[in-house]
Structure formats: C-alpha cells, structure tokens
Write a protein that binds this ligand. Structure first.
Ligand SMILES: *Cc1c(COP(=O)(O)O)cnc(C)c1O
Length: 411
C-alpha cells in the first residue's frame, strides 16, 4: 500500500493566500463593478528591464544556431553568472566567496525549502514569528514538528516573536536552544532590517551553539543605507556558521523567469552522529546534482545582465521606484494616524491594525470599505496578529489611490 507522508496532514488547512483569494473572489462576485487595488501578494509589477530582455533575446538566438546551441548546463550554474555574482554581490562588499561555494538555482523559495533535506530529522528548528511560511511548512513536511496548537504554532519548533520592542528582529534565544535558525533580512513580512550588530549577535550565538543560520537575503537590493549589511558574510565568523540565499526575483523582476542562488562556504559544516564534521556544501552539491538540472541558459544570461552597467542602472531604478511607493505608503498612512513600520529598506509596510485588533477583520474592512487587498499579519504567525502587510509592488497611480482610499475610510 502506498502510505502517504502523514506529516503533510499536520499542515494548517487554510494556507494564507488561498484564503485571501477566496475572500477576494467572493467579494468581487458580489460587487462586480468594484475596482480592487491589490497590495497583497509579494509579486513584482514592473516589466523586465530592457537590458535583461536584450540578453534573453540574444541567448535565445544563440540557442537556435548550430554553434550556439547548449543542452544541459553545469548544475551549479555557468561560470559567467557565478563570476558576476562573486564580483558584484560580494567582492564589492569586501566579501570573498569561491566559485564552488555558489549554487545557482531556480528560486530561493525552493532553496530555503530544500536546505532542510541535508539536515538530520532531529535538528531543532527556530524561526521568527511572524515568518515566511516556507521555512516552517517544509520542516513540518519533513517531520520536524508536532501538531499545531490553537494559535497555529507547531510543536517542537521554537518561535521567536518579532515585536515592536525588538524592532521586529528578535535576538537569539539561550545558547544551544536550537540547531538551525532561519533569518530573513530585509524581512518579509515586517519590512524590518537587521543591523550589523544584530546579525553579529546571531553569528556569535550560532558559533557558540554549534548551530546553523539559514539567511534569506531575497530583499538585499532594497537596502538603502550602504552601512547596513547586505550579506551575512559581512559579519566575521558567518563564513563558519551561515548559508545565504539570494534571488533575482524581487531585485530584477525574475518572479516569472526564475533564478536565484545559495552560498555555502566550505567552512560551514554539520556533525554526524559519531561527531565527524561534514561540509554542508558537499551534501548540497550532491543534492543539487541529483535533483536539479540547472537553470536554463537564456535565464542565466538574463541574470548576468543584471550586473551589466545598463542592467544595474535599470534594475536599481526599478528598486528605487518600488521604494518610493513604500515611502509614500509609510508617510501617507503615518500622516493619517496609522502606526507604520518597515518600508525603509524593504518593499513592505507593516501596519499596526487600529487598537491592535484582528488582522482578518481589518482585511475585510479594507476590502469592503476601500477595495484594497492586503495581507493579514496573523497569516504569517501568531505574533503577526494585530498587524497588516501592504506591499509596495504596484503602479504609482494605484499606490496613491490606495493611500487616498485607506485614509479617507479610516483617517
Ligand atoms: C519572494 C521571496 C523569496 C524569493 O523566492 P523565489 O523563489 O526566488 O522567487 C525568498 N524569500 C522570501 C522571504 C521572499 O519573500
């Protein structure tokens, strides 16, 4: 008999975005003329930058010629892309990463979900609360968690509340309290960003606890202050305890093209039950080579073009455009009396629901009163209750209209 993986049955039934979709479509059915503004799901809205489209076209032409055709690529990525990443994402920040420490993939969602496969089932996981749900759900699927409690916290997972008091970026727990921690900075959903000091405390904790930090830097390009760390490897010691994930999705509009990468320095190791140290890069390489057959050549050429002079300029302008949307949301809603967080180094605004009320009730009020769709904080974890996420991914006109509608309905 083909038994199912029953760990899947522990997953909370109503996943956030389907539930939002259900409420939005039932509202749209009842109000077919309603003009909805969607600031909910974290997907980019600007078209691909021209330099990227040109690179994609040129690579497609190459593929259609006898000399230029390419089949399976190297599973960890073509040298041209790996070298561009090393140069621009790391060397320019004074971080040296070797070519064989970079693993190009088709997404950070996949990478942050798959990394747990190379870890023992007994590893104790810690996450921030609220959290990007992928980190939790993939560990539940792998059997590292018990059933969820009434508030949706899975047994066996350590939740670290991200609150106004800690700037929405929690400090480490007691030494040895977890084996693996997932951190995301700039943060989805809260829009917070970790300082070098805050990351330093985590690196120190991980080294003292012999723990692993999984650092998701999908929004690194949105950091406005050059003094803030873009990579965890800007913190000394991180090259011994952290893996890092970066994505072209938000920084360059690749949510539909699909390209990302994971960095695993050689000095990052895990222990066997007999105490032998195994480099995690070795296991990840083995996994990648077995289960993945490389990102398509034209997509990698488009990713390379993100680092060309025109590509950099154009994608920086896109990021600046979204960040201006974020500033307008932050300041417009702030001026109307809302308490707003985030949005300075991340494309997300974390809004306090008036009176810290129910985030799902606020979702319904915003949908029905202002025809604006956002994301209830409770969907990202119990500590997200009382908050609401708005994304800066939309046109300027729609963002301005959303601010106007929200402030006239709730101001
Ligand atoms: C969007 C996002 C990613 C990127 O996912 P891709 O699979 O690369 O598109 C990763 N982590 C977080 C927290 C995100 O919000």
């Amino acid at each position: 008999m083909a038994h199912v993986n029953e760990h899947y049955l522990k997953l909370a039934a109503g996943y956030l975005f389907p539930e939002i979709g259900r409420r939005v479509s039932s509202y749209a059915e009842a109000q077919p003329d309603a003009d909805l503004i969607r600031l909910g799901i974290g997907d980019v809205t600007e078209p691909l930058a021209p330099a990227l489209v040109a690179a994609l076209r040129a690579a497609c032409d190459e593929m259609g010629s006898a000399e230029g055709f390419r089949g399976y690529g190297p599973e960890n990525g073509y040298d041209f892309l790996v070298d561009a990443i090393r140069e621009h994402d790391y060397r320019e920040r004074c971080v040296e990463i070797a070519a064989d420490e970079i693993f190009v993939s088709d997404g950070s969602k996949q990478d942050s979900g798959n990394i747990q496969e190379i870890l023992a089932p007994e590893c104790r996981i810690a996450v921030t609360d609220p959290v990007y749900p992928v980190y939790v759900d993939t560990n539940v699927m792998a059997g590292r968690a018990g059933a969820p409690d009434d508030e949706g916290r899975y047994g066996g997972i350590l939740y670290l509340p991200a609150t106004e008091a800690n700037g929405f970026f929690p400090d480490p727990p007691a030494q040895g309290a977890a084996d693996v921690v997932y951190l995301c900075s700039p943060n989805n959903p809260t829009g917070s960003v970790a300082s070098a000091t805050a990351l330093g405390r985590w690196v120190e904790w991980a080294l003292a606890s012999d723990a692993l930090v999984v650092f998701d830097a999908a929004y690194a390009a949105f950091i406005q202050d050059p003094a803030l760390p873009r990579s965890i490897y800007e913190i000394p010691g991180a090259e011994r305890c952290a893996v890092e994930m970066r994505s072209f999705s938000k920084r360059a509009g690749f949510t539909g093209l699909r390209c990302a990468y994971t960095v695993i320095p050689k000095a990052v190791t895990g222990a066997t039950s007999s105490g032998e140290r195994i480099p995690l890069a070795r296991l990840w390489n083995r996994r990648h080579a077995t289960k993945f057959n490389a990102v398509p050549y034209p997509i990698q050429r488009a990713a390379e073009a993100v680092f060309s002079p025109e590509g950099r300029k154009q994608t920086r302008e896109q990021v600046a455009f979204y960040m201006e949307n974020a500033r307008l949301l932050r300041e417009g809603l702030g001026a109307a009396g809302f308490r707003v967080f985030g949005g300075e180094h991340a494309p997300y605004i974390w809004l306090e629901v008036p009176e810290r009320g129910s985030s799902w009730a606020f979702f319904d009020r915003l949908l029905e009163g202002a025809q604006v769709v956002g994301t209830p904080g409770a969907g990202f974890g119990p500590a997200g209750e009382g908050y609401f996420r708005l994304s800066a991914f939309n046109s300027r006109a729609r963002v301005e209209d959303a601010i106007h509608r929200i402030t006239t309905n709730f101001g």
